[in-house]
Design a protein around this ligand. Structure first.
Ligand code: MEV
Length: 320
């Protein structure tokens, strides 16, 4: 018998101060602080839509129509197990089904899925946000970015936590053009396991902490262009670090585009961000978005226009 059903959505994310290096595969605790934004396509909403049903005959996880092994180390069912006594207390059942569908997501679906599930759990049993984030990060280390939306900083430490430092409304005049290259992306865990092994990693950690402090200052002044200039410098440091450990994310084709952006920047304001995937993200002013799209159209066939989005939202909930 179904007792309670709740649905939430959350947006995927892009790093601003990029995270590299996790202490372990289970807790996915970061070695250093990082920052990010939530995004959506401008012409349709990019979300993970997650439905949690309590009181089902058996527990199950279905993502994009595929049943997921609950024993998987990053299974979303981990979050339910953590709170199972609260579910039992409130609903007299901890048998739960989780169904999640990605809608218009280019990359960053696991952070959106984990955040949408976190929102469902909070709506079901009410949880402390810091403890919820510790659980969500076991599924995706960037879930806090998606949960809060806008521009966020995730502070490292034994209990890392994410704080929203700028509302999405501050980015109204910004568009992010995404140039997607046709090669397959590498697993982010290649970055997370390899970076800490190199001696440059100590500098990388210091650079990231310094960038986060600068970001706090830029945000307090609502210096939006400054934020994306900082993100571009961080992208360069991050991929320099990756090159030292033979993790190649920036392909020669992506680098050619980045070099051209450096030339175009003297005419039209734009920057670039490359995270762990096969896209070059190009923040620019809204009024220049179509011109920038035109400029990059010779570099790749797949181009999207994005904007900064808000946090996870509850869509519906109720007893039956
Ligand atoms: C994945 O955990 C982290 C990267 O996407 C970089 C970032 O967004 O901070 C690779």
């Amino acid at each position: 018998m179904v007792l309670w059903k709740v649905q939430s959505v959350a947006h995927p994310t892009i790093g601003i101060v990029l995270l590299g290096g996790l202490m372990d595969q289970y807790e996915r605790l970061p070695y250093h602080s990082s920052a990010g934004i939530a995004y959506t396509l401008t012409d349709s909403e990019s979300v993970a839509r997650t439905t949690l049903t309590v009181g089902t005959e058996k527990s199950s996880v279905n993502i994009n129509g595929v049943e997921i092994d609950q024993q998987d180390s990053r299974s979303p069912m981990k979050l339910i197990h953590k709170y199972s006594s609260s579910f039992l207390e409130k609903y007299r059942s901890d048998r739960v089904s989780i169904e999640s569908v990605n809608e218009n997501i280019l990359s960053g679906s696991s952070d959106a899925g984990a955040a949408a599930l976190g929102k469902c759990i909070d709506a079901s049993i009410g949880v402390d946000p810091v403890s919820l984030e510790l659980e969500m990060r076991k599924v995706s280390e960037s879930a806090g970015r998606s949960y809060h939306g806008g521009l966020t900083i995730t502070y490292a430490g034994p209990r890392p936590f994410t704080r929203k430092i700028l509302d999405e409304s501050e980015f109204e005049n910004i568009r992010i053009i995404s140039a997607v290259f046709p090669h397959k992306r590498k697993p982010s865990d290649d970055i997370h396991t390899n970076q800490p092994r190199h001696e440059y990693y100590r500098s990388r950690m210091q650079n990231a902490e310094r960038a986060v402090r600068e970001l706090e200052m830029l945000s307090s002044r609502s210096d939006i262009k400054g934020i994306f200039e900082l993100a571009m410098r961080d992208t360069e440091d991050y991929h320099y670090m990756n090159s030292l450990v033979d993790v190649q994310i920036v392909t020669p084709e992506m680098r050619t585009l980045m070099d051209r952006i450096n030339e175009w920047r003297s005419e039209i304001w734009m920057t670039y961000i490359v995270t762990g995937g096969n896209s070059v993200f190009i923040p620019t002013m809204r009024e220049n978005a179509s011109e920038v799209t035109g400029l990059i159209s010779g570099f790749t066939e797949e181009i999207h226009e994005l904007r900064v989005a808000g946090g996870a939202r509850l869509i519906s909930s109720g007893f039956s």
